[in-house]
Write a protein that binds this ligand. Structure first.
Ligand code: ADP
Length: 484
């Protein structure tokens, strides 16, 4: 451990809510360090570091400039500016430089530009800690964007006394996004190809695999996903490596922010409710049906989707399965943005079933609260789902998930088929239209039985999805690593 009494943990991420969020990683980085800080403040000093994205500058949060320092590149040097702010009690550093690209989007969606931005960020975040003389005991990196900080410790900094005590965790939130395309930026920053013989050749100058190869511990965001990525179907070419290094891999399920997602106090909904006041949930549904122009009728089950429109989410299964159930009573509301092709399909679907389907193609936090609160059934037929937060939020609002039995969905939803008394939702195994159709049909039937449906809602709303359990598990790993 470093000279200070508390364990120094640096949590490195590309996004953190409420400063910058694109998906679930933003939720995690905004909540997990804060929860760890609350639980273990007396013996752990956990700090967060993210890039000073343009979107953060626009929000103009109170920040202080700590100072500026250089990082070396092959062609010269890049000057980094280090700022500090507070995020829910956590000291949070914001890093800016030419390399990180002032005023850039969180993600360009371009492999070379993102590769350059995050390769620079990964090196700069280590140099930032040297600059403030804060030795890191545990570096907790997340996904490919910060994986190069882990690799740098074993490559560029392997003989550097400032980092000689630093242990590393790399959490995988989404394995297919591996940072491929960052090789030029890595070479420019002086990285050498990873020589680990267990890695495939394409991976030697790719951020996520080289981070996995050099991390002391690898955490997948659910035990289900930790198992799945050992298989060729889900392993993205790294399953072979992971099978050889099982000893350092495990899974920890994410949590959700129970204050932000609370039907009893939610400021975005007209009629707060709880398990004992579920009739208010119906009032929210009636308001929402009126607002979006659907028939106002509590007996019609409202199906809901709140999601990035990405092929991962299996939305094609919804568009293919629902027409076969068109003679039944249901309404569908989709809230999401993303792939143009899926946005178009969602629009065409709404046009084909104007009395049943509404597609809202935007990112809208307030509206998402209304969907969670008004919906009866939450559709999440993901082809793969490392953890998934939306299904946990939906359950907290008594919006019963119909989801594929994959990754974190199978770790967080108790399936009606397997355990009708304790069930919190409906799971199906097959990645097929038929799989979703049969299970949704079953859910629509169960919806007609008020008593059983109420039991499902009560079970779902009573689940403990707090961050506390995850935070305790991460804390244990920090402690184990600090004793090596
Ligand atoms: P992923 O990280 O793969 O996007 P998660 O289920 O882990 O999926 O997290 C998604 C988060 O983003 C949830 O908090 C969900 O409510 C939110 N979200 C997704 N799409 C939208 C949208 N269009 N508007 C508002 N919130 C959204």
């Amino acid at each position: 451990m470093s000279t200070a009494e508390k364990l120094h943990v640096l949590f490195a991420s590309s996004e953190a809510e409420p400063l910058a969020k694109v998906g679930g990683l933003g939720d995690v980085a905004g909540a997990l360090p804060a929860e760890i800080n609350r639980i273990a403040e007396d013996h752990v000093d956990i700090r967060l570091i993210i890039p000073f994205h343009a979107v953060i500058k626009e929000k103009n949060p109170p920040v202080g400039l700590i100072g500026s320092f250089p990082i070396k590149t092959k062609t010269g040097q890049s000057i980094c500016d280090l700022y500090v702010t507070d995020l829910d009690g956590v000291i949070t550093y914001l890093l800016d430089s030419d390399g990180i690209n002032h005023n850039s989007p969180i993600y360009y969606g371009d492999a070379t530009l993102d590769g350059r931005k995050y390769a620079h960020f990964s090196l700069a975040l280590l140099e930032a800690m040297r600059f403030i003389d804060w030795p890191i005991d545990v570096l907790h990196a997340n996904d490919w964007h910060t994986a190069l900080a882990v690799y740098a410790l074993k490559d560029l900094y392997k003989n550097d006394p400032f980092f000689s005590q630093t242990k590393t965790i790399l959490t995988i939130h989404n394995l297919p996004y591996n940072g491929y395309g960052a090789d030029a930026a890595m070479t420019d920053l002086g990285f050498s190809p990873c020589s680990d013989p267990d890695l495939p050749d394409w991976a030697r100058l790719t951020p996520l695999p080289v981070g996995l190869a050099t991390a002391d511990r690898i955490i997948a965001v659910s035990p289900g996903y930790a198992e799945e990525i050992l298989t060729p179907d889900y392993g993205c070419g790294l399953d072979g490596y992971l099978r050889l290094h099982l000893d350092k891999l495990s899974g920890i399920v994410n949590g959700i922010d129970l204050e932000k997602w609370n039907p009893e106090t939610d400021v975005y909904i007209g009629h707060p409710y709880s398990i004992d006041r579920l009739h208010n949930k119906q009032l929210n549904k009636l308001d929402f049906q009126r607002e979006i122009g659907l028939e106002m009728n509590p007996e019609i089950p409202m199906l809901t989707v709140v999601s990035r429109l990405d092929f991962q989410k299996g939305l094609g299964l919804i568009f293919d399965a629902l027409p076969d159930l068109a003679d039944q009573a249901w309404q569908l509301v989709i809230l999401g943005t993303g792939a143009k092709e899926l946005e178009q399909r969602a629009q065409e679907f709404a046009a084909a079933f104007p009395d049943k389907v509404v597609s809202i193609l935007k990112y809208d936090n307030a509206l998402s609260h209304k969907l969670y609160a008004s919906g009866d059934i939450f559709l999440m037929p993901s082809l793969y789902e490392p953890c998934g937060l939306s299904q946990m939020i939906a359950m907290r609002y008594g919006n019963i998930p119909v989801a594929r039995a994959t990754g974190g969905l199978k770790n967080t939803i108790i399936d009606f088929h397997a355990s009708p008394e304790r069930a919190t939702g409906f799971l199906f195994e097959e990645k097929t239209t038929e799989g979703l159709k049969t299970t949704l049909e079953m859910a629509l039937n169960v919806f007609k039985n008020k008593q059983i449906w109420y039991r499902l809602q009560r079970n779902a709303m009573s689940m403990d999805f707090s961050w506390k359990q995850s935070a305790l598990q991460y804390l244990q790993i920090y402690q184990e690593l600090s004793q090596i």
